[in-house]
Ligand binder design. Sequence first.
Ligand code: SER
Length: 597
Amino acid sequence: MKKLTSDELRQLYLDFFKAKGHTVIPSASVIPENDPTVLFTTAGMHPLVPYLMGAKHPEGNMLTDVQKCVRTGDIDEVGDNSHCTFFEMLGNWSLGAYFKEEAIAYSWEFLTDEKYLGIDKDKLYFTVFAGDEDAPRDMDAFNAWVKAGVDPSHIFFLPKKNNWWGPAGITGPCGTDSEMFYDTGKPACSDHCDPSCDCGKYLEIWNDVFMSYNKVADGVYEPLAQKNVDTGMGLERTVATINGLESVYDTDVFVPILAKISELSGKEYKESAETIKAFRIIADHIRCATFILGDPRGVTPSNVDQGYILRRLIRRAIRYAMQIGIPENSLSQVAQAVIDKYGHFYTELVDNKEKILTELANEELRFQRTLKNGIKEFEHIKGSFTDGIIDGKSAFRLYDTFGFPIEFTQEMAKENGLAVDVDGFNKAFEEHQKKSQLGAEQRFKGGLADQTEETAQLHTATHLLQAALRKVLDESVSQKGSNITAERLRFDFSYPRKVTKEELEEVEKLVNEAIEADVPVTCEEMTVDEAKAQGAIGLFENKYGSRVKVYTMGEYSKEICGGPHANRTGELGKFKIKKEEASSSGVRRIKAVLIKE
Ligand code: SER
């Protein structure tokens, strides 16, 4: 088996498919174009969807590339041997040119031929689709592997769960697939251990998808006019496998990045379980952040969409950098190591170097302020635990809102003679994860168009505006009307005179404080009487029925409403009042916008 570096594998793959008549195309942006349903490009096929559906690709019908991909669904798993938020996917495509037999023959040759990966045939295992009501058992793929030279005992038939790929969203191109696995030689974990088992005996290195179906809105799989092939090989994972390395973090990709972290922290990568985890998280997150910042369509940290994910990655890296003693404001040096490693191939990182380093440094400065607020919050709450135990919810709030790892909270608690309810924290954490996963799925499935999201955010801002007006002007202020477009909110309320410039500034300030506090927007169903008893404001009219939804935003607002709303106030951006004027007698009108960084 060849021992290749990441650069060598990338080049070998592209050269192999070029020699087979494919055109090498550049990686598309990591931020998808014209696709509001996903935040990042998660697979090589993403940018090619129109061509898989039948549009003509300007470079022909046989393509190959290495695609920058970001998958942040498993961000909390990063730190183990295999999870990364950024990775490179090697792929080759047939847009109606060749199909299963040729695709499988190419895969087999690349995997086993001495000129390429030269993997021992006995070490390779394969899976193919077992068949169901949507598509027949994939005997064509099975036969193609056998024809290529695979022993049938190395081929497993598995159901849709394992051997069907796509569509990437709710509809679109998809089909049966055939996956390729390397047997590490570890003993089987049970009599049922097969390549679908995740015990670590079999490592997946490549996936050939035979995209000949289009899943339509009612869930039916219609045959596509064109039979396509979409393959994907994870670069880092394959380099680890062929070099016999335990983890992707041991590959040449990460060596210089981990070395820089070691230099900055004065610690060794494998000093302890704690350093291994922290080094991996910093290396992974800063690598991903560097690619997002450096992308031609790159974004900057913010409280929305891709910018929000970027912010989470950087802040999580900062927490772990603090934990292992990396001095403040030095993560841009880790980003520099990433640029040095990749700049020759991904030249956009060199072109956008200033932006990458400056934005990272700015975000570090900003987060230090949040951290300080978190410390203040801790000082504020620590006296309120009469039993000496910080409850799970409070610990989770410190984690979620101020970015305190549980270990950090435990340490501070100990210094103050307190303990932490870690089980309660874990429970709150799991509940949150369930909710955010659900949120992510809904977003992906529903394809939340920008307008809907903007509207939800403006709607949320209206609640904060009403609460602020009642504080600054008078408790008797009440809503008289609301109108929201994608661009602005318009809010009519009872008040007898013009609102002064100073009062408007104060209102803006209060709303922005609530946004900066980044509190969750929670919803509860209750009776109108219960809502009144809790001090909720809103229109208590019959049209709401006997049970109502009450939306709460921390201490800032509690209001009866039907939704939809943002998940957290922090998503709103900056609130700015554009105009205050009379609407009708005794009713004033405010127009306001949310400005995104
Ligand atoms: N689309 C498939 C995957 O992501 C193959 O490229 O695995």
